[in-house]
Design a protein around this ligand. Structure first.
Ligand code: MRU
Length: 354
């Protein structure tokens, strides 16, 4: 069964970006049609659309929506509107580099088409955002192929958060090897950490794997040590919101703990990282900006108060896993083994040369 489409464009140039509202899953499958940039900004901020690659695609549609009705008197005025839209969208969430990667890509497209009229530029922007969906599907498919080679028939793998189809246009990064392994006829079982505080593992990963017919077992985050100690886990695979040039990477809070456990119990630990999530301008992971979110996500996470009013709360949405915990980085260009700084540099050198 094909994973659901997380985001798509519906209609002609006057249409809308259609998103599955992930805050309602798994209880309700409801779609949201974003017709203006403010709706898209809110959807990203509130995690209606979330996961690094999906955020990037949403931002690209947001860029188009921001200028769709603009009637500038000259090209320069239009370029300023495009820049304003990028600056606005970039404020929605700080950690996933795909957001600024996508807005910059649309800005560069507009800047490069010097002879195009404003209406032609708008058309190009929409085409580019739509093309990013197909591109994301191809990237995830390639990650799936490289990653599936690491999975043996009968394996059980553990994942944290949701780096699945719901976090991309359709196939996911960390789940792509699992979907591909299944297509190859391998039997695979997945343990999904529930992923406090917002339960992306329990609500989203479990839901989408179940939809795809993949056996999945949900555990609370503090059970990961036990299942590894019991020898139930053959490999761990997670996604990333931003990887630095040395292979350190940010992912959902709790990933670092899983990485440390995997090392202790000799379980191979992989990250699926599309090149759009790799930030070669940052030398190491301590430079990655980490989003802090509202305290209520921790104190009222289950729809009722679970901590006393007035208590101090610390709620970082992501942590940084040092590259020394990694067995490998799975990109759409191939599997990178240590030394990761050299491997990542090679991937980007090849990309520049092609
Ligand atoms: O806060 P979220 O739900 O956007 O966090 C998502 C993650 O941490 C994912 O693992 C990451 O974005 C990779 S998605 C392919």
């Amino acid at each position: 069964m094909m994973p659901v489409k997380t985001i798509e464009w519906v209609g002609d140039a006057d249409g809308a970006a259609r998103l599955i509202d992930q805050t309602l899953l798994p209880n309700e499958v409801r779609y949201l049609d974003a017709r203006d940039v403010e709706t898209m900004w809110e959807a990203v901020k509130m995690l209606r659309v979330r996961g690094a690659p999906a955020i990037g695609i949403a931002a690209a549609f947001g860029m188009y929506l921001a200028v769709r009705d603009a009637t500038p008197i000259c090209r320069d005025e239009f370029l300023s509107e495009v820049d304003r839209a990028a600056a606005y969208l970039n404020t929605a969430r700080p950690t996933a580099v795909n957001l600024s990667w996508a807005t910059r890509r649309i800005q560069s497209l507009v800047a490069a088409n010097e002879d195009a009229s404003v209406s032609e530029l708008k058309e190009l922007m929409l085409e580019e955002a739509i093309a990013m969906i197909e591109e994301d599907n191809a990237v995830c498919r390639a990650i799936g192929e490289y990653g599936a080679a690491l999975i043996n028939d009968g394996d059980t793998w553990l994942t944290h958060c949701n780096a699945g189809g719901l976090a991309t246009a359709q196939f996911g990064t960390a789940t792509a090897p699992i979907y591909t392994a299944l297509e190859q006829g391998k039997r695979i079982h997945v343990y999904a950490d529930e992923t406090r505080p917002l339960l992306q593992g329990a609500r989203l990963t479990a839901w989408e794997l179940q939809q795809a017919g993949i056996p999945v077992t949900v555990i609370t985050d503090n059970m990961a040590a036990t299942v590894m100690a019991q020898g139930r886990i053959h490999g761990v695979i997670v996604g990333t919101d931003r990887m630095a040039a040395n292979g350190d990477f940010a992912n959902k809070i709790g990933t670092l703990g899983v990485a440390i456990l995997a090392k202790e119990f000799n379980v191979p630990f992989y990250v699926a990282a599309p090149t759009s999530s790799i930030d070669m301008t940052l030398a190491s992971g301590d430079l990655i900006p980490i989003e802090e979110r509202r305290p209520e996500e921790v104190t009222e996470g289950f729809g009722k108060r679970t901590a006393p009013y007035g208590v101090n709360v610390y709620n970082p949405a992501f942590d940084v896993t040092p590259h020394r915990y990694l067995s490998g980085i799975i990109t759409e260009k191939g599997l990178i083994r240590p030394p990761f700084d050299m491997g990542l540099q090679e991937v980007f050198d090849q990309e520049r040369a092609s």
